[in-house]
Design a protein around this ligand. Structure first.
Ligand SMILES: Nc1ncnc2c1ncn2[C@@H]1O[C@H](COP(=O)(O)OP(=O)(O)OP(=O)(O)O)[C@@H](O)[C@H]1O
Ligand SMILES: [Mg+2]
Length: 338
């Protein structure tokens, strides 16, 4: 069954005013730039349409400066859109219905904290308890659950400033899920974290998504986050949606080859094997191990039957290009194109 949309965005635009570059100013204006500044418009998000489905983990990708954080800030009601419409739960507007809306969402900005710097993390949580109007019973149970799931008991009573980056991030996540929100927005929640902290965070997100059906929108530059969490992605580039759809379709669309390695013992037909070598794009051959490259959209069967006729296969592996490389190539092509 098709899932319901929990967020619908139409023609969303954000224009910032930024100081004009000095090279675009006349010499007199340059000289006066400390008293007189000319401004120009920077369109960070260009009339985008988005849908976020209930209960999904949506990956929001794009190169630096693409407009990801700006979109998230508008979706969470922190920034006012210049134009366009955002409807959440069918009728709420993040800006106009701010109070009601914030009760139902959680937010983490990897680059900025929602927890107070100088006081124990636990006390910040108490503050959130009051802000969200949580009952003592709900709060106790929830904190116990989150503290355990994120493994933060050892430093939960320490001031935030005394924590390491990974410890801080786990506390931030716990805080953003405290009031059992229906939607959580995560803007680079794994930035700067080591491999084991990243794994712990992914595990937590998968679990809470499954157990509570919470909808999650995540931006990240770590493609392993995307591979392990998201089934659907949206890629934006210069404020425009460049791709929207499943991760599988994305890979199939943008990867141009896959690598097939096979290991054989016996040769059935020497001539066929020779011909095979000539016809295929062999990228490596070590003793009885041959690795070939085949076009991504070609059927594997065609190649397999040729291989099977020439040799007796013992082992075969198929490798697709890594998401990281596919995305890097898209970003590079864009730079060349602009
Ligand atoms: N407050 C602001 N005032 C002026 N320009 C801004 C402001 N915030 C963002 N921008 C500009 O808008 C564009 C999009 O920025 P945004 O922070 O949304 O990018 P991003 O996709 O989150 O990038 P990153 O991956 O680097 O975090 C950038 O060109 C940025 O310089
Ligand atoms: Mg950002």
């Amino acid at each position: 069954m098709e899932k319901k949309n929990i967020i619908e965005v139409h023609n969303l635009r954000k224009v910032f005013k930024v100081p004009k570059k000095s090279k675009d100013l006349t010499w007199i204006k340059k000289r006066l730039s400390w008293v007189y500044r000319e401004w120009e418009e920077k369109v960070a998000v260009v009339d985008i349409d988005l849908e976020i489905k209930e209960g999904e983990i949506l990956g929001y990708l794009g190169p630096n400066g693409a407009g990801k954080s700006t979109t998230i800030k508008m979706l969470t009601g922190i920034l006012h859109p210049t134009l366009g419409e955002i409807k959440v739960f069918g009728n709420l507007d993040p800006v106009k219905d701010r109070n009601e809306y914030t009760q139902q969402i959680g937010v983490v900005f990897g680059q900025r904290s929602i927890l107070a710097y100088d006081i124990p993390v636990k006390d910040s949580f108490r503050l959130f308890k009051a802000i969200y109007g949580l009952s003592e019973e709900f709060y106790q149970e929830r904190v116990e659950y989150l503290v355990k799931m994120l493994g933060i008991e050892d430093f939960f009573e320490r001031p935030y400033r005394m924590l390491s980056l990974g410890e801080k991030m786990r506390c931030e996540l716990a805080a953003s899920f405290l009031h059992k929100p229906k939607i959580v927005f995560l803007d680079e929640p794994t930035i700067g974290l080591d491999a084991s902290a990243k794994i712990a965070i992914r595990k937590f997100l998968r679990k809470i998504n499954r157990e509570e059906g919470v909808t999650i929108m995540i931006t990240t530059h770590d493609m392993d986050d995307i591979e392990e969490l998201c089934s659907r992605i949206i890629l934006i580039d210069e404020g425009i949606v460049a791709y929207e759809g499943s991760l599988t379709k994305f890979k199939a669309t943008y990867s141009d080859w896959k690598r097939v390695s096979f290991y054989y013992k016996k040769v059935h037909d020497k001539d066929k094997l020779k011909k095979l070598r000539e016809n295929l794009d062999v990228i490596e051959e070590i003793e009885h191990n041959i690795t070939i490259k085949i076009p991504a959209n070609d059927s594997l069967g065609k190649y397999l039957s040729q291989i099977v006729e020439s040799v007796e296969i013992i082992d075969l592996t198929i490798q697709e290009p890594k998401l990281e490389n596919i995305v890097a190539k898209i970003y590079e092509n864009r730079k060349k194109g602009s």
